[in-house]
Design a protein around this ligand. Structure first.
Ligand code: HEC
Length: 108
């Protein structure tokens, strides 16, 4: 299938509109996430490769799932005394960045 220049331009305009209106969730930055995830690795292991069964492995986990869980911890709908506190100060962008970083760490 080939797309005409008109179709491509149309798609680009649509994407830009969606992104600027925030309909599409902001993509996470792996680079920013690496910085922001420093505090998490004390428990979840370096790069999210936890060796301790008390702390879930986050490395390679789908970003969408990580963000969903962090939002639930922040909202208090998922309860864990540690994680409710850890998620409380995180913005949606922080969560997207951190999740992108952990998702990118498939291999140890
Ligand atoms: C002091 C230890 C500790 C720190 C620091 C910590 N966590 Fe956690 N985290 C936990 C524990 C314990 C659980 C399991 C909670 C439960 O049993 O529901 C957990 C669960 C999670 C989960 C859910 C995983 C799943 O499979 O459902 C995510 C996502 C998560 N943490 C992300 C983070 C992020 C991001 C940070 C840094 C901002 C962080 N954690 C910092 C201890 C910690």
């Amino acid at each position: 299938m080939t797309m005409s220049a008109k179709t491509i331009t149309g798609l680009l305009v649509m994407t830009t509109v969606l992104l600027t209106t925030g309909v599409v969730q902001a993509a996470g930055s792996i680079k920013d996430g690496k910085e922001k995830a420093r505090a998490c690795q004390v428990c979840h292991g370096k790069g999210g490769h936890s060796k301790n069964p008390t702390y879930p492995v986050l490395a390679g986990q789908h970003a969408k799932y990580i963000v969903k869980q962090l939002k639930a911890f922040r909202a208090g709908t998922r309860k864990d005394p540690i994680m409710n506190g850890m998620a409380a100060p995180l913005s949606d962008q922080d969560m997207a960045d951190i999740a992108a970083y952990f998702e990118s760490n498939r291999t140890p």
